[in-house]
Write a protein that binds this ligand. Sequence first.
Ligand SMILES: O=C(N[C@@H](O)C(=O)O)c1ccccc1
Length: 322
Amino acid sequence: DKQHPGDVHLEEVTDWPGLKLHLGQVSGLALDPNNNLVIFHRGDHVWDENSFDGNFIYQERGIGPIEESTILVVNPNSSKILQSAGKNLFYLPHGITVDRDGNFWVTDVALHQVFKLGPDGSRIFTLGKAFQPGSDRVRFCQPTDVAVDPITGNFFVSDGYCNSRIMQFSPQGMFIMQWGEASSSRIAKPGEFRIPHSLALVPDHGQLCVADRENGRIQCFHSETGRFVKEIKHTAFGSRVFAVSYASGGTLYAVNGKSYYGDSEPVQGFAMNFTTGEILDTFVPVKKNFDMPHDLVASDDGAVYVGDAHANTVWKFSPSEK
Ligand SMILES: O=C(N[C@@H](O)C(=O)O)c1ccccc1
């Protein structure tokens, strides 16, 4: 394909100024219609083992929302901050996407809500009941990501750490349909999830791909019907796949994660041929290591950005001749 022929290798842009951005836990990355990088981070808030009780109720409501800008729009080369938004709105940012009109769509796992913000960062609407986890049509449970169909304007929500479903809504936020169920046995079947963690629309194939995190696999579905199309899974993924991203041109990108029982697979980025699923390339930073790469976004010009929720860093990778 045009952007990732076999003889190209992604290498870290080691002098990218974005490495110097002062960020909290980086939970989500997106690209806006001008191909600027959008970073969603947690400022001085962290998600750790004390953040929630056994019923997924956020325990740190008293500290209030993050006061600093949680949404930064930066120049992809100079990393100059072009816009700051998302002040005093969020408690635990998670996923982000920007639609073709420049609206920001985000999830907050503490609020259990999905927000649509206008291009200026103003709140347009929210779905979900603040701080109230649930699994009906008006409540989420730690929703993880949003994807917006550029043709229909319908949007999808991956819900979530404590649910196992993908929900589809109309452009105005009316529930349309949902699919998915929890993986019950060790062998996960198609359409089952163990933390649907990240979404990637593949518009040229009419598909929505999901990072099925704890099943260590990517599942792709027909976006209009929810019908299972295929699974992409590799031994090299190890036990957890955190994020997936698709840039027009046929390449699907993903990052895996350390597993609890420390299996041997290294934590790295993957570039795959979307059609065949084969791994075309893997990539890691040059100096620092990935700690918990949490999201990634691939741009049509071949650059790939990885955000790390423990290293509090965003890395930039670009294709170079092998
Ligand atoms: O997965 C976790 N966090 C990341 O995904 C994230 O920070 O979004 C997590 C799980 C248990 C306890 C604390 C954090």
